[in-house]
Design a binder for this molecule. Sequence first.
Ligand code: TYD
Ligand code: MG
Length: 470
Amino acid sequence: RSKQKTRWQCSACGATTSGWFGQCPSCREWNTIEELSERPTAGERVVLAAPGAKSKPVPVTEAQAEAAGETRLRTGIAELDRVLGGGLVPGSLVLLGGAPGIGKSTLLLQACTGLVSAGEGERTVLYASGEESIAQVANRAARLRGGSFGPGDEHLLLLAETRIEAILDHAADQAGRRPDVLVVDSIQTVYSDAQEGLPGNISQIRSVTGHLLSWAKTTKVPVVIVGHVTKDGQLAGPRLLEHMVDAVLSFEGDEERATRMLRASKNRFGSTAELGVFEMTGVGLREIENPSEAFLADHPEQAIGSAVTASLEGSRPLLLEVQALLGPSPGGSPRRTCVGADPNRLAMLLAVLDRHAGLFVVDQDVFVNVAGGLRLNEPAADLAVLLAVASSHMRKPIPAGTVIIGEVGLTGELRRVPRLDERLAEAARLGFSRAVVCGRGRDSKRKAPRKTGLELIEVQTVAEAVELTF
Ligand code: TYD
Ligand code: MG
């Protein structure tokens, strides 16, 4: 008999430790160390080929041919398909994470009905819910369908079940076929017989995910699992789940607004830069095809401390508004508060503004907010943040219809940004008339004509930008 040994593991990052700690030595989360049973259970051993089939080495050239033959399943929701990289890949395991109530089940139900209607009777989808009764799910599906079901909707099968072995039994070949897509909502409610512990604990989540991964790889059926995340954005299960799956999508938004954003934080089959934008309505999620319009809808024409920039979100340029507010700091250490922007980058921009544009702002409390709940994710937005701060400091609005695009360097020089023409075209489409961009500077004789029709203000330094924008 083998010696019984206890293992300990962090439920947040998956690090194993020598014993119990209050705080994980690896990721510094509190109260995340759990005891594991020594013997790995069924789900923990992931199987990558069909049972009985022997694995064998394949020439790289032939393996590629096999991969190229894999056609993606489109969900019919263009925003979701784009974030996935073109649809669901056969045999892939996708995790959809998001806060409770954000709309994960709604998005997946819409995707399921989209999949079956595109399949024209040839495709079935199995939606296993451990959260709601089948009547609840069916009522919601009917509502999303506009009140009544249509032809072909019977190919969406609902299952209320929390035991993974039972879910996979139902998904297994029955009467010669299995579903073309399996959805499990949510990973925190499902458990395995082979594993001890309550649903939602680390061993269970790992075991269930292992079962689903093996099943997806051996059957080539794509599996989508829902995972709830906590308020601070961590998966309420282990982060190690992210290592097991092929793609991690996160669904975000805030309670006050109906706008929802879908991003891939990991994607083995596509880019992680794409952004999908939706609006939650009374009849489900509506795709927002022109997100710039949505995000600029409430943008005031001329307001102190407001600047508009054109950011790249994957394949699309997106116009967004940066707001800044400065105020005298009562204490000795001024505050920097950022929503949607990086505080370290802001500190750098304030120092540059001070040193190279002669605007003394470093003793002020500074608040920066990106409107619409978006995040700035590239340095091309630097100049807009800097000019929003300058606008608040000087109490002068940036003239209406101005878009600002440029990266700021420590020496106060501006840097060019990738794909400027696409950004300018998007600004022109939305009626902007003036663009402040990195260019040859005011002394240049030749003005590079660009087809967009925008008046281009080309600047080389932040001092020039402050002088020529206002
Ligand atoms: P849900 O998809 O259940 O969230 P999750 O699965 O992420 O927990 O969405 C729940 C919220 O969405 C709920 O507060 C009601 C709202 N909702 C709508 O506004 N319109 C709709 O058509 C649906 C189905 C839900
Ligand atoms: Mg749900």
